[in-house]
Write a protein that binds this ligand. Structure first.
Ligand SMILES: CC(=O)N[C@H]1[C@H]([C@H](O)[C@H](O)CO)O[C@](OP(=O)(O)OC[C@H]2O[C@@H](n3ccc(N)nc3=O)[C@H](O)[C@@H]2O)(C(=O)O)C[C@@H]1O
Ligand SMILES: CC(=O)N[C@@H]1[C@@H](O)[C@H](O[C@@H]2O[C@H](CO)[C@H](O)[C@H](O)[C@H]2O)[C@@H](CO)O[C@H]1O
Length: 356
């Protein structure tokens, strides 16, 4: 056989195999002649909230109100096959092994911050929720957003019923118990969002830190080691000078939840992996993402940016108006809402205040 024929002999099957491989990848999303099954983000287009047969069998017989182990993650996988449940809530001493975050700078990872994180984790010594919650076989979590929609709905006692109550930034409980409850398992925040008055911190709650820039880790180290805050330049707003929590009550939120919410779930611009215009999810959505990985059931309340009500109160605890969110250049409220609505429509999360 001529060498040129030999070459053709090898090349042709390779081309055919290559074509089959390529089209099978496409077929996963798009069966020829049929409408696509999944959207650009990888979510099933048909979201009717129905349980797939195997889940109906698993959960169907449990009576109302009983915690369903693995429910949120199972439903998430049913509409978003790429979902991989394991992702620790907080960074622990092995954080450098977390492959998905080690090569991204804050806020999408911890690259360049390894030493300072090591030093913070040496002092906090604890990396979980605590013995009681960590050993629960099934965890029901509620993420309480700060939205004005929580006012006058008397949801306080329902909120307090959850195993884990997550609150955000400076949202108060004192004086608002009837509507937002009194229990706080953890409060997730960053320097500019943290409660500033020491007396406003609730006891028995974890101070969970979410970092957006390298300076935020510096601030946290000073708070953990109870040092005098040196220099507040570089923050976009005034920050707390003292956090009245023991180091053992402080945690660092896994930055993977910011990354996954931004790039996988919402589809915000990658911007070379750097924080930029409109590529930061709001903290509430980051908290929901964390809960999808770490809670068996996920419920939310106090969520909703309603652009049709520009004069409605933005928060349940102050008079700032809804229209104020338009000034934010970091978030993409409408794209984010599209994602949250998928979770609600598919019954992955329950929205107690119906604002999503
Ligand atoms: C001016 C500004 O930057 N505001 C941001 C404020 C501000 O930094 C803090 O209040 C501290 O002062 O923080 C944010 O959020 P904020 O602290 O307002 O609220 C916490 C989370 O609740 C959800 N939320 C809030 C209000 C509302 N009407 N609907 C909602 O759904 C959101 O998921 C929100 O994340 C933040 O960190 O995400 C988002 C806001 O964009
Ligand atoms: C680099 C930098 O500090 N950018 C600031 C943003 O982080 C900040 O956005 C705010 O960033 C916060 C994290 O630090 C939260 O994500 C918050 O929801 C968001 O609004 C804006 C506020 O107007 O100011 C910029 O100068």
């Amino acid at each position: 056989m001529k060498p040129s024929h030999k070459l053709l002999f090898v090349l042709c099957p390779m081309l055919v195999l290559g074509f089959i491989y390529y089209s099978s990848g496409k077929l996963h999303l798009h069966v020829w002649g049929q409408k696509p099954l999944y959207d650009k983000q990888g979510f099933l287009l048909k979201l009717d909230g129905q349980l797939p047969a195997e889940l109906a069998y698993k959960y169907g017989n449990l009576s109302e109100g009983v915690c369903k182990p693995g429910y949120a993650a199972a439903k998430m996988t049913a509409i978003y096959p790429k979902f991989m449940k394991p992702a620790p809530m907080f960074l622990d001493r092995n954080f450098k092994r977390l492959a998905k975050v080690r090569n991204y700078l804050p806020p999408f990872g911890f690259k360049t911050q390894e030493r300072i994180i090591d030093s913070i984790l040496t002092a906090t010594k604890n990396y979980g929720l605590g013995e009681v919650l960590d050993s629960l076989g099934c965890k029901r979590c509620i993420i309480v957003g700060n939205g004005g929609i929580l006012a006058n709905k008397s949801l306080g006692s329902r909120i307090d019923d959850y195993d884990i109550v997550v609150r955000l930034n400076e949202a108060p409980v004192t004086g608002f118990g009837k509507d937002v409850g009194t229990k706080t398992t953890m409060r997730i925040t960053y320097p500019e969002g943290a409660i500033q008055k020491p007396e406003r911190y609730e006891k028995d709650s974890l101070f969970v830190f979410s970092a957006f820039k390298p300076l935020d880790f510096k601030w946290l180290r000073q708070m953990v080691y109870k040092e005098k805050l040196r220099g507040t330049e570089g923050f976009w707003k005034s920050v707390a000078h003292y956090v009245p929590r023991e180091p053992t009550e402080m945690r660092i939120l896994n930055p993977y939840f910011i990354q996954e919410a931004a790039f996988q779930f919402i589809g915000l611009p990658l911007n070379n992996g750097l924080m930029g215009k409109g590529n930061i999810p709001t903290l509430g959505t980051v908290a929901i993402t964390m809960a999808l990985h770490n809670c068996d059931e996920v419920v939310v309340a106090g969520f909703g940016y309603d652009m049709n009500m520009p004069h409605a109160p933005l928060h349940y605890y102050e008079t700032v108006k809804m229209s104020a969110i338009k000034e934010s250049w970091t978030h993409n409220i409408s794209k984010e809402k599209e994602f949250l609505r998928k979770l609600v429509r598919a019954n992955i999360i329950t929205d107690l205040t119906n604002g999503i």
